[in-house]
Design a protein. Structure first.
Length: 261
């Protein structure tokens, strides 16, 4: 099986763009490589990056950002996209600036407070955005034959939960699901962090750096909070997929037929 590290595409303008195939799935299958990707915003792709992506086919782009985020970092028009699906999630709305955690500019906020706030937001997400998650699976079950990328701004929170749900639906082991989520730690370097802070705040120096460190971390407890919420409220993540998102036996079979080898 491939390593986490070799899934990353060598793109200068999207350091967290990576293939989330290659994991062992249901019934001895393996998640197909070269078809399912995850990323942060695509607005800083270079011409060479775009050429690389266009060489992989016509993309289905699943954009989880709000309008304000899309204005700040629009998807390049030259990127070959069969379809762009806008499924906005998070606290932003309309043409508001890029959403940011409430504690990010609170000078006396502690890292421990930020951790608890993020875990609480991950728990809320599974309820607040159930319709978006369900729609995401609808896109993945569509007849589009090319590659698909799920992305938000950093490629960590909204994308991380979404990708975890897709991998769970494909029968990937929880430990591998968590490892894929945590791999973002390897790719969100300091320069990228500063770019995101600038988009959120205008002046990155306004940020509480202890809170920012927590915000940019991809800690297993964060995605673990979402998985625990599904288990506590619905019995298991698999039951959440079935009972809340409508992934019945036929839809799960369709996903696995398409995305497992």
């Amino acid at each position: 099986m491939s390593t986490i590290q070799d899934r990353r595409l060598p793109l200068d303008g999207a350091p967290n763009f990576r293939d989330f195939g290659g994991y062992a799935g249901a019934d001895g299958g393996v998640v197909r490589r070269g078809i399912l990707y995850r990323s942060g915003a695509l607005g800083r792709l270079t011409d060479r990056d775009i050429d690389t992506l266009n060489g992989l086919g016509d993309w289905a782009i699943i954009d989880l950002r709000h309008e304000g985020e899309r204005i700040v970092a629009p998807t390049p028009a030259r990127l070959s996209a069969a379809a762009v699906h806008s499924l906005p999630m998070g606290s932003g709305h309309g043409a508001a600036p890029v959403p940011r955690p409430a504690l990010l500019t609170v000078a006396d906020a502690t890292a421990a407070q930020a951790v608890e706030a993020i875990k609480a937001s991950y728990r809320r997400f599974v309820h607040e955005h159930r319709d978006r998650f369900s729609a995401l699976f609808g896109v993945l079950l569509d007849a589009h034959a090319g590659p698909a990328v799920i992305h938000c701004t950093a490629g960590k929170d909204r994308t991380g939960i979404s990708v975890a749900l897709v991998l769970l639906a494909l029968g990937v082991d929880r430990d591998q699901v968590v490892a894929d989520y945590c791999a973002t730690r390897d790719y969100l370097d300091m320069a990228w962090r500063e770019q995101i802070l600038a988009a959120m705040l205008g002046d990155p120096e306004q940020a509480n750096r202890g809170v920012a460190d927590v915000m940019f971390d991809a800690h297993p407890d964060y995605i673990g909070a979402s998985l625990a919420e599904m288990a506590e409220r619905h019995g298991s993540p698999e039951a959440y997929l079935r009972d809340v998102l409508g992934l019945d036996t036929a839809r799960v079979a369709g996903l696995r037929e398409r995305y497992l080898t």
